[in-house]
Design a protein around this ligand. Structure first.
Ligand code: PMV
Length: 360
C-alpha cells in the first residue's frame, strides 16, 4: 500500500502541505466552570464524544503538553510516545482514534511518529488529557495543512481533539471557551476577566474512576442524569452572560451550581461515583469562610478530589495561604488564564537544541 495514497485529495484550496520534517505544538490544560458530563448518542467514530450538555472553561497558563509529529511512511503503524515511553493500550487507542479521524478528514494514509512531553506535573493533580489531545491534533493537523492560527482550521482541530478527549476540544482555544456542539469556540480572551485559579491538591486515596467511565456510568445508572441534562443549558447561558458582563460573582455562582449538580448526578449512580475526600470538603468549607469574609471566590471539582478555587488575582495569596493550612491538602498550584494552542514547523528534529549542538 502506498502510504501517500489520497494525498492529491488532501485539502481544498492552496494550503501549504508539509510532508517532511516535524511540526510541534504546545497546548494548555483547561478547567471547566460549567461541566461536560455525559455524551450525546453517536452514530460513528466521527461523532465520538459529542456532549450531552454545553460546557464553559478557562484555559490555564503554565500547565501544558508539547507534542511533535512527523509523517513516518516507513512505519507499519503510528508510534506515539509520552515522556519517552511508547504508549500502549487504552491511551494509545484514544490517540490513534484522533489520528484516524484526521487522516479520514484530510485524505492521508501515512502513519505518524509522535513524541509528547507533559509539563503538567502529576503533582498538580490535573488531568493532562485535554492538553495532550489538543497538542496532538494541532501538531499532526499542521502536517496536513491545518493551522490553529486560522479560524476555520482551529474549529476542525477542536473537533479532532474532541475525538481523543471531549474536554480537549476546548484546549485548542485560549481564555474563556464554550463547547456546545462538534467543536468549541472562544467567547472571550484570557484577559477579559481578572481571575486567578488556586488549586488545592488533595492527597490521593485509591485511584478514582476516570472521567470517561464516570460519566458513562452516571448516564447509564443515575436517575438524576436526566435532571442534570435538563438544567444544563440554563446554567451554561447564565455563565456565558456573566463572562460577557464581566460579573465574577454571577460567574462563580453558576460554576458552583454546575459543579454540585454534576457531582450530585454522579453520586446518584449505582454504584455511586464519588470523588470527594475529607480534605476536599474541608477546602470547600474554607472557601465558604473566605466568602463570608468578603473575598470574592468560588470552588469547583472535576473527576477527582482536588479543589480549584477561582478568585481575583489580588486575593490569590490569601486564598492560597488559607488552603495550604488544611490537613490533607498536599500542596497548592497557582495559575491564571492562558492562551490557545500554538504550532510551528521545526524542520529536522522534534525538539530544538535539546542535546548539545556540535561545535563548528
Ligand atoms: O473529556 P474528559 O473525558 O476529560 O471529561 C472531562 C470531564 C470533567 O473534567 C469532569 C468536566 C469538564 O468539562 O472538563
Amino acid at each position: 500500500m502506498s502510504h501517500n495514497e489520497g494525498e492529491q485529495t488532501a485539502y481544498q484550496g492552496s494550503r501549504e502541505l508539509v510532508y517532511e520534517g516535524w511540526a510541534r505544538s504546545r497546548a494548555n490544560v483547561n478547567i471547566a466552570l460549567v461541566k461536560y458530563w455525559g455524551k450525546a448518542p453517536n452514530k460513528g467514530p466521527s461523532e465520538a464524544n459529542l456532549p450531552a450538555v454545553p460546557s464553559l472553561s478557562l484555559t490555564l497558563e503554565g500547565l501544558y503538553t508539547e507534542t511533535a509529529a512527523r509523517f513516518a511512511p516507513e512505519l507499519e503503524q503510528d508510534v506515539i510516545s509520552l515522556d519517552g515511553e511508547v504508549l500502549q493500550g487504552e491511551e494509545r487507542h484514544r490517540a490513534v482514534e484522533l489520528l484516524d479521524a484526521l487522516r479520514r478528514r484530510c485524505g492521508f494514509a501515512a502513519p505518524f511518529e509522535i513524541a509528547s512531553r507533559n509539563f503538567v506535573p502529576t503533582a498538580a493533580g490535573l488531568a493532562s488529557s485535554a492538553s495532550g489531545m489538543a497538542a496532538l491534533a494541532a501538531a499532526a493537523g499542521r502536517l496536513m495543512g491545518l493551522d490553529a492560527a486560522d479560524g476555520r482550521d482551529a474549529e476542525v482541530l477542536s473537533e479532532m481533539a474532541r475525538i481523543g478527549s471531549g474536554s480537549a476540544s476546548r484546549s485548542i482555544f485560549g481564555g474563556w471557551v464554550a463547547w456546545d456542539g462538534p467543536f468549541a469556540r472562544q467567547i472571550a480572551p484570557p484577559t477579559a476577566l481578572p481571575v486567578a485559579v488556586v488549586i488545592a491538591v488533595v492527597t490521593r486515596g485509591r485511584k478514582a474512576i476516570g472521567s470517561r467511565d464516570g460519566m458513562n456510568h452516571t448516564q447509564k445508572t443515575s436517575p438524576y442524569f436526566g435532571a442534570w441534562v435538563a438544567q444544563a443549558h440554563a446554567t451554561f447561558h447564565e455563565a456565558v452572560e456573566a463572562v460577557h458582563a464581566g460579573d465574577l460573582e454571577r460567574l462563580f455562582a453558576a460554576m458552583e451550581l454546575s459543579t454540585w449538580r454534576m457531582h450530585a448526578s454522579a453520586m446518584g449512580a449505582n454504584p455511586p461515583v464519588f470523588y470527594w475526600l475529607p480534605a476536599s470538603v474541608a477546602a470547600l468549607r474554607e472557601v465558604e469562610v473566605l466568602k463570608s469574609e468578603g473575598i470574592l471566590c468560588g470552588a469547583t471539582l472535576d473527576a477527582g478530589p482536588n479543589v480549584k478555587v477561582f478568585c481575583r488575582p489580588e486575593d490569590a495569596n490569601t486564598v492560597a495561604m488559607r488552603l495550604t493550612n488544611i490537613p490533607g491538602v498536599e500542596h497548592i498550584v497557582r495559575t491564571a488564564p492562558g492562551d490557545g494552542v500554538v504550532t510551528e514547523v521545526t524542520g529536522s528534529g522534534p525538539w530544538p537544541r535539546e542535546t548539545p549542538q556540535e561545535v563548528a
